[in-house]
Design a protein around this ligand. Structure first.
Ligand SMILES: Cc1ncc(COP(=O)(O)O)c(C=O)c1O
Length: 449
């Protein structure tokens, strides 16, 4: 497909992409035509290292052969099915997922998107507790459906989405690099959480139901809570009869270097959601909980589903995905990638004074760019420019952050990336940082003249 045809289709047939969204400018960017493994290829035949893992959902690499075989088999046997009967692939997926959940998590229910799973998780918590109020972190992203998930996505500007769902409120995020209460960990004694809960108590309009969090806030700028934070949060939840929901869309199935993001803190959530590479390339998500919570919610009328929620083809993709993660030891590989990337970027930070922080877990990593390391003022424009220059040189990454910050370069290389591919991506990043450093030196020189 040539550029003229691409523009004409986009102009005539596509609803335009908002200039304020993170997808702005998509119409004039390369158009993706194919992918394999860690690479994507555009319509002009250019290859890019995909260090965004697609939309963070190609952590197994694109078109993993085992996933392709499972999908092909189901295309020839059964792809869609009624939900008024069980099907074999669905049963196998419940069993496979159940076997890798952290006890007492055991039961699962399937949906299509990550947002679906969040909506269903909130409903589950409300039905199980009889409560309504739900808290989320103020830099979080939990989805883009029009009501509950957008309302809990405090990291975007909620005012852009019109009416917000009642009984949803934010608490301060544990963003230690920019502490929201101006303190330092550990001497802060996690003041952000204590003050937040005091305020939340004052704001609750009814009985509270749940607190939701990502084990690593991804779109908000790869923010990892400090040690002990999640344990304390669970204690606060217990004191209020609230359930703790973990959104493991981005952190689940090996990506943080362990099977689940919550294993780093040794805190088991009451409810957990899974999506992204759960379907290895096809959309399927899950809500998981304990038998006891499931029974309590169902007694109160809980159910959640979609027409394509339990399709044999997506369930077969889910089984293939879990098998790939386990058999190829992808969590261990993600942990090794983390060590390699952090070491390389740590060395770059010695040379580039605009690297403020390097953080994340496994293959969910972030490099925070700042105007200078003392003030830590976010280098938003530099973040966007770094992404553009990476793309020019054949590396796909995204600039993320919450509340209009775009200064965190998010790196999510697929867990199957070879050391060579990781080093290739890092070499491009180094080259881009070098070019930004030269530009800054030039600008400072001009200012001094
Ligand atoms: C942490 C998290 N939760 C939920 C979602 C929503 O998933 P989906 O876009 O599949 O609805 C996303 C999407 O990126 C996410 O990052």
């Amino acid at each position: 497909m040539d550029r003229v045809r691409i523009s004409s289709i986009a102009d005539q047939w596509m609803i335009p992409t908002s200039k304020t969204s993170y997808m702005a400018g998509i119409e004039s960017k390369p158009v993706i035509a194919a992918a394999r493994g860690v690479w994507v290829i555009d319509t002009e035949g250019r290859e890019y290292l995909d260090f965004g893992s697609g939309q963070m959902a190609a952590a197994l690499g694109h078109n993993h052969p085992r996933y392709v075989a499972a999908v092909r088999r189901n295309l020839e046997t059964i792809s869609h099915s009624t939900k008024t009967f069980l099907n074999v692939d669905r049963l196998e997926l419940h069993e496979r997922l159940g076997q890798i959940l952290t006890p007492p998590l055991q039961k699962s229910l399937f949906l299509v998107s990550g947002s679906d799973a969040i909506e269903a998780a909130i409903d589950l918590a409300r039905k199980a507790t009889g409560g309504v109020d739900v808290l989320g972190l103020h830099m979080a992203l939990h989805g883009s459906t029009s009501f509950i998930t957008r309302s809990l996505t405090f990291g975007w500007n909620r005012s852009r989405h019109g009416l917000a769902a009642p009984s949803t409120a934010a608490i301060l995020s544990p963003y230690c690099y920019r502490c929201p209460v101006g303190k330092s960990f550990p001497s802060c004694e996690v003041q952000c959480l204590a003050s937040s809960m005091e305020l939340a108590d004052a704001n609750f309009t009814g009985k509270p139901a749940a607190m939701i969090l990502e084990p690593v806030m991804s779109a908000g700028g790869i923010v990892v809570p400090p040690p002990g934070y999640v344990k304390l949060l669970k204690q606060y939840c217990r004191e209020r009869d609230m359930l703790l929901i973990m959104d493991e869309s981005q952190t689940g199935l090996g990506k943080t270097g362990k099977m689940w993001g919550h294993l780093h803190e040794d805190v088991v959530p009451d409810i957990m959601t899974v999506s992204k590479h759960f379907g290895a390339g096809l959309p399927i998500s899950a809500v998981c909980t304990t038998a006891e919570i499931a029974d309590r919610a169902v007694e109160n009328g809980y159910f959640a589903t979609r027409s394509h929620a339990c399709d044999p083809i997506t369930c077969a993709a889910g089984v293939a995905s879990i098998d790939i993660v386990l058999e190829e030891k992808l969590a261990e590989r993600a942990a090794a990638i983390e060590v390699r990337v952090k070491a390389a970027i740590g060395a770059m930070a010695q040379r580039y004074d605009f690297i403020g922080d390097i953080r994340g877990r496994g293959v969910l990593l972030g490099v925070e760019l700042v105007e200078d390391q003392a003030t830590r003022n976010p280098a938003n424009e530099m973040g966007r420019e770094a992404v553009r220059r990476c793309e020019e040189r054949g590396l796909l990454v995204q600039a993320r952050g919450s509340h209009s910050r775009t200064n965190v370069i998010r790196l999510v290389p697929p867990m199957v990336s070879s050391e060579r591919e990781i080093d290739q991506g890092l070499a491009i990043l180094d080259d881009v940082f070098a070019s930004l450093s030269r530009d800054r030196a030039g600008t400072k020189g001009l200012a001094a003249e």
